[in-house]
Design a protein around this ligand. Structure first.
Ligand code: NAP
Length: 466
């Protein structure tokens, strides 16, 4: 892709930074929907993107050496024409998800293939097949424009955005939209993601912003909260009931920190696994009594690249029994290759291993005898449908789930923020300020905020600083 003197992909329409700053200033000043509707909509936006002509830049390098700070750019890019079922939102804040790590290191595949496939679907799909990919799968912001088919939302509404990008013309999507063949993740398998000042979102991705949260607190939840909700609360996953013991890998990470809260809210007992004493303390403060520090325990599930060590699986199992007196009814799995053998082994007879990822490798090995002889189930799960995302958001609106916000970066430092997540140097979620000029803004319901408590809302931030 050629970048012109403005830092814009060549061929982009004329920049109108003035309009962009005018409308964003109005949002920041709390302008009404009517006032926003009367303002000129800019044709470009500041955004974080990767470039097609750089998709081979890390070829031959080990994953951990692929540096998002090199591949993620922040610059001005054109906004597309708005489809009838879409809205433009002013993104006040967004967050870093692991999918932005994958996109920025071009693993397991460069995401331009996803955009090209979407580009072949329709007139509106064609807008996505560009030489730059605007990333980001979370957002909290304000609606600037609504397409002609949008019914339930209007200009000026404060919203959060879930990332399930659904084709409502696929019959399966009317049963469970995650089962539709062309289900996509916004900002990962589509363009115009949330790490931008202005983003393009389908109306059926919108949810009300929790009024007691700041923009950055509201922006870090939808992707990970909804994923954990489907895995552990929805009947589409492995729903937890009272008395269940649930082993949660990465329990102070993005999805793990929501998993812990959903298990507690369902009356189950989480057993969190983490890798530092500080993270143990974070989880205790969140209400997770039983925590295993895997670094201290130094489990070696793999003797070498090809051989696992069952005695180490057994050692983990014993440690879990020593803590909670039983085997886990459910294992919340996502590290993948490094832990799956152990997860299948330690799950209770008749228990479920529910998995949504494979951070350490997706070619999985486990001993199938432990699965069939003990009647265990491995359940695959991926993000959530709109209903599940809405319920997970409601738990936040009700103050029953708190955002695990640990740090905030400005959009210009999106590469640095992604690097932190890539190298597991964070806790919970990292927020990214986009159009919001500073942290701490956006709270409307101070009474609910006081009821939830500043102390509880800041658990991850306080521990991240230690
Ligand atoms: P995250 O914030 O980086 O947290 C993951 C946690 O997993 C880390 O904090 C780490 O915790 C633990 N971990 C990492 N490697 C491990 C290993 N080899 N063995 C044991 N624990 C390990 O990431 P996230 O947002 O929670 O996402 C986790 C994974 O789920 C990613 O692969 C992501 O792409 C995927 N995901 C999938 C979906 C979906 O819809 N399918 C949705 C969200 C996320 P400790 O070091 O403290 O143990």
């Amino acid at each position: 892709m050629r970048i012109d003197a403005r830092g814009v992909p060549a061929g982009s329409p004329p920049t109108n930074l003035a309009q962009m700053s005018e409308i964003l200033d109005a949002v920041r000043a709390g302008a009404s929907g009517g006032a926003l509707a009367g303002m000129t909509m800019p044709t470009t936006t500041r955004a974080a993107f990767i470039r097609r002509d750089e998709q081979n830049m890390f070829d031959g390098m080990a994953s951990r050496d692929k540096d998002p700070r090199r591949s993620l750019h922040v610059g001005e890019v054109p906004l597309p024409e708005l489809a009838p079922d879409e809205v433009f939102i002013a993104v006040m804040a967004s967050s870093i998800n692991f999918n932005t790590v994958w996109t920025s290191i071009f693993e397991p595949l460069p995401t331009f293939g996803f955009l090209d496939r979407l580009g072949k679907e329709s007139y509106w799909g064609r807008r996505h097949a560009l030489d730059h990919h605007i990333v980001g799968s979370d957002a909290a912001g304000v609606i600037l424009r609504a397409g002609s088919a949008v019914r339930s939302w209007k200009i000026g509404d404060e919203v959060t955005v879930h990332c399930n990008y659904v084709d409502d013309q696929d019959p399966t999507s009317h049963d469970d939209s995650m089962l539709a063949n062309n289900q996509r993740i916004w900002g990962f398998e589509t363009n115009f993601g949330g790490l931008a000042d202005i983003s393009v979102v389908k109306a059926n991705q919108l949810m009300p912003k929790p009024t007691h949260l700041t923009w950055e607190e509201a922006a870090v939840n939808a992707l990970c909260n909804s994923t954990a909700y489907r895995m552990l609360v929805s009947r589409n996953g492995a729903p937890v009931t009272q008395g269940d013991k649930v082993l949660i890998w990465g329990a102070s990470g993005g999805i793990g920190s929501f998993a812990v809260q959903h298990v507690l809210n369902s009356g189950g007992t989480p057993i969190g696994v983490v890798s530092s004493a500080n993270k143990v303390e974070t989880l205790r403060e969140l209400g997770c009594e039983y925590v295993i520090d895997r670094r201290e325990k130094n489990y070696q599930f793999w003797k070498d690249e090809h051989t696992q060590d069952e005695s180490e699986w057994r050692r983990l199992g014993k440690d879990i029994r020593a803590l909670v007196g039983d085997d886990p009814d459910i294992v919340f799995e996502h590290p993948g290759r490094s832990t799956m053998g152990a997860s299948v082994f330690v799950a209770k007879r008749g228990g479920t291993i529910v998995t949504c990822a494979a951070t350490s490798g997706y070619m999985i090995e486990y001993d199938n005898r432990h699965l069939w002889m003990k009647l265990k189930t491995i359940k695959g799960s991926h993000f959530s449908n709109y209903r599940e995302a809405w319920s997970a958001n409601q738990a936040i609106i009700d103050g029953k789930v708190v955002p695990p916000l640990s740090a905030v970066f400005p959009l210009e430092q999106v590469g640095e923020a992604t690097y932190e997540v890539h190298h597991n140097r964070h806790e919970g979620k990292i927020g990214v300020l986009c159009a919001a000029p500073a942290e701490g803004l956006g709270v409307a319901n101070t009474e609910l905020r006081a009821r939830v408590g500043e102390n509880r809302l800041s658990i991850f931030r306080r521990h991240d600083k230690e």
